[in-house]
Write a protein that binds this ligand. Structure first.
Ligand SMILES: NC(=O)c1ccc[n+]([C@@H]2O[C@H](COP(=O)([O-])OP(=O)(O)OC[C@H]3O[C@@H](n4cnc5c(N)ncnc54)[C@H](OP(=O)(O)O)[C@@H]3O)[C@@H](O)[C@H]2O)c1
Length: 331
């Protein structure tokens, strides 16, 4: 093995700005963890874009290699939980935040973060799913736990063309739910239909003309990737015993709402944190993905090389990304 590996590395410049470069870096940049993994694929998530542009709420110190997702093969495991050659997935925890991430050809992580690759999923498919698909599946699992079934009624997904949104539309529809996709990109109607959306609406339609403590109960459930005033608008529009899985904060971190949807309609607001899911629940979510993740339409993802990441990062930060971006390491 060489002494260096290829990585997309972000640096903090003397004037406080940040720049990135695909370069050879020494193995010494990797932390002293148990499992050394050769990364075959990673993927681009919103959080990666924040880390790659110097957001210190995500990554405290630079130079740094982002990438909260990785699939690959085990090279060495100091605690012998895994064997050389095992195909594995790592998503979340501290990977790509302050632990060198999947935008490099190698990662070194604690054994407790590593998930064996499920039998029906290839290393590529695992990263088409990535944190986005895992988050969507987490949301679906929580809705199912609240007894939301395909018979309960329409489920709305916000940010529907985004990474989490497109995966949520796809998974829900594969599980037999009727899905309303709420989007700002009405020109992506065909793609959303291909993902399985039953109805496509402009996201502005979710804001009621007249704000009320309770609006008409339209949706049995929601997966909300946007947060802020979008989530505020959704809560009074849920049916009796409706549930919202909320994961995103694109429109901000504050939530101004009222108690009536909760105490007069039994609405549940379900928090989603894909980062630190405990391992038994994490494996259950991958079990669900093992059953339904295959068949994500090829129009809804693209495969890029490290040199193409910068352009894709700019797109995701502007809300212009469509579907999933998979990073393929060449070697
Ligand atoms: N809690 C967790 O564990 C977890 C895990 C993953 C991601 N997240 C969060 O989930 C959110 C989505 O992540 P992602 O990776 O799916 O990002 P993404 O691929 O950029 O998707 C976000 C989508 O939101 C919509 N959007 C953008 N600007 C908007 C605006 N001003 N108003 C309403 N909608 C807007 C767009 O979809 P349309 O054009 O179709 O409307 C966009 O494609 C982020 O906040 C991310 O941090 C949380």
């Amino acid at each position: 093995m060489n002494n260096t590996f290829k990585a997309y590395q972000v640096e903090e410049n003397e004037d406080g700005s940040f720049s990135s470069e695909v370069k050879q870096v020494p193995f010494s940049v990797l932390p002293d963890n148990e499992v050394l993994i050769k990364v075959h694929f990673s993927s681009l998530n919103y959080k990666d874009a924040l880390s790659a542009t110097g957001n210190k709420g995500v990554t405290k110190s630079y130079p740094f290699i982002p990438g909260i997702d990785a699939s690959g093969e085990v090279i060495e495991d100091k605690c012998n939980t895994f064997t050389k050659g095992d195909k594995v997935i790592v998503t979340g925890y501290d990977l790509g935040m302050n632990t060198s991430g999947g935008f490099g050809e190698f990662i070194k992580v604690p054994a407790g973060w590593v998930v064996p690759l499920p039998e029906n999923i290839s290393m590529l498919q695992a990263m088409i799913v990535g944190t986005a698909g895992y988050t969507a599946a987490y949301g679906v699992t929580r809705l199912k736990r609240e007894l939301v079934t395909p018979q309960s009624g329409e489920v709305v997904v916000t940010g529907a063309t985004g990474g989490v949104g497109s995966m949520a539309v796809f998974l829900l529809s594969k599980l037999g739910y009727s899905v309303t996709a709420a989007t700002g990109k009405m020109d992506q109607k065909q793609l959303l239909e291909k993902l399985g959306a039953n109805k496509i609406i402009h996201r502005n339609e979710l804001y009621p003309e007249k704000k009320a403590l309770l609006n008409s109960g339209i949706y049995s459930a929601a997966i909300d990737t946007v947060g802020g005033k979008m989530l505020e608008a959704l809560i009074p529009q849920m049916q009796q015993d409706g549930a919202i899985a909320c994961c995103g904060n694109i429109l901000g971190h504050e939530l101004h709402t009222n108690i009536y949807p909760f105490i007069l309609r039994g609405v549940s607001l379900l928090g989603i944190d894909s980062g630190i899911t405990k391992m038994p629940f994490r494996l259950k979510i991958w079990e669900l993905l093992n059953e339904v993740a295959n068949g994500f339409p090829k129009e809804a993802y693209k495969i890029v090389h490290p040199e193409q990441l910068r352009v894709e990062i700019e797109k995701i930060l502007k809300g212009n990304q469509i579907g999933r971006v998979v990073l393929k390491h060449s070697a």
